[in-house]
Design a protein around this ligand. Structure first.
Ligand code: HGY
Ligand code: MN
Ligand code: MN
Length: 354
């Protein structure tokens, strides 16, 4: 950032801004640079580096000042989109700090490692006039179509809850099947029954995932007494997210009741669907047509992005480049070098006009 003529500015939650000289509200580019366990090399980082390169090249060409941001904890080790939610004021620092990672460390404890940095006051949103996030698609649509750019028109909403099913830990050899309160069987029945109950209310774009699950005590000769798991669902429509919330909770309660389990639930994320700024979208579309005529499309983002938290604060939009094979959140995540460079060209062209 310093080499690009930007003042590196980190806030107490690890959001790192590169600020150009002056105080005129300027365009903000960027994304996040934290990653998922076994995450790929481009998710987030591409948007930060492409933003930095456009800010540097624009400055060297005597163009307008451009700021760059790398938001913290987008991937939700502690809080999904946590850094930008705290920065946008939609998640209180106190609540954010109470969140724990799957190893049980709180964000408050993890943030102590930041004390070695020169921490600044939060950068006010009024410093920026618009935000454009460059990102990989993380899905198959561009790659399947042989296209190189997507202009994102809207971002789906997400809800997430953690559940704990408590049955009865017992001997795996002496406990007859009909006497067991096997927490894994409860989780398995929940997952199968949920797929059946959601089928009538979802679309082909709706998704729901049990991505993290642990059994206690997780031993081959012990009937598991406890199952803890995350439940996450996403859709572009708030009404459908609400319907799904009801079905998910009712299904968990019914399985617990029928099998005599204890059931506990904690909500951990709720980010509404967002529309990108229409004027910015047209500006990005113009740049895509100029740089990659006929090889771009408009689309919905099925992944969540920090841009979702900036929509209420300033005109916000996104650009995607293809993910080879649609793979992401995996070491296999990749994008062709030519598409990475072409994406930066579209971002530079758009940044000069929006
Ligand atoms: O899960 C997401 O949508 C984002 O990649 N963290
Ligand atoms: Mn990302
Ligand atoms: Mn991600």
């Amino acid at each position: 950032m310093a080499e690009a003529g930007l003042a590196p500015t980190m806030d107490a939650f690890g959001n790192l801004f590169g600020l150009p000289p002056g105080s005129e509200p300027c365009l903000l580019l960027g994304s996040h640079s934290d990653s998922q366990p076994e995450g790929g090399w481009l998710d987030g980082a591409y948007g930060v580096i492409a933003g930095l390169e456009v800010a540097r090249a624009t400055r060297e060409a005597g163009g307008p000042p451009i700021a760059v941001v790398s938001f913290q904890d987008e991937e939700g080790r502690f809080n999904p989109l946590g850094g930008s939610r705290v920065w946008a004021g939609v998640l209180s620092p106190e609540e954010a700090d109470r969140a724990t990672d799957i190893a049980g460390m709180t964000l408050a404890e993890a943030r102590e490692a930041l004390t070695t940095f020169d921490i600044s006051e939060p950068v006010p949103a009024s410093r920026f006039r618009a935000f454009v996030e460059m990102h990989i698609e993380q899905g198959p649509m561009l790659d399947d179509a042989g296209e190189s750019i997507a202009v994102v028109e809207n971002i789906v909403g997400i809800r997430g809850e953690r559940y704990r099913l408590t049955g009865e830990q017992n001997h795996a050899g002496t406990t007859p099947m009909h006497l067991r309160r096997d927490a894994f069987q409860g989780l398995a029945e929940f997952a199968v029954r949920l797929n059946e109950r959601l089928a009538p209310v979802v679309t082909p774009r709706t998704v729901w995932t049990i991505g993290h699950a642990t059994l206690h005590p997780s031993a081959a000769s012990i009937v598991p007494g406890r199952a803890e798991f995350t439940m996450q669902w996403r859709d572009a429509e708030t009404a459908r997210l609400d319907q799904m919330t009801g079905i998910i909770r009712e299904t968990a309660e019914a399985v617990a009741r029928e099998r005599g389990f204890g059931l506990e639930r904690w909500a951990y994320a709720e980010i509404p669907p967002r529309l990108c700024d229409a004027r910015l979208v047209e500006g990005l579309a113009g740049a895509a047509e100029a740089v990659a005529p006929g090889r771009w499309r408009r689309m919905t983002s099925g992944a969540l992005h920090d841009a979702a938290n900036l929509v209420p604060l300033m005109p916000t939009a996104m650009l995607f480049v293809p993910s080879i094979g649609g793979i992401s959140h995996s070491f296999a995540e990749d994008t062709s070098r030519s598409d990475l460079v072409l994406g930066a060209h579209v971002l530079a062209c758009a940044s000069a006009t929006i």
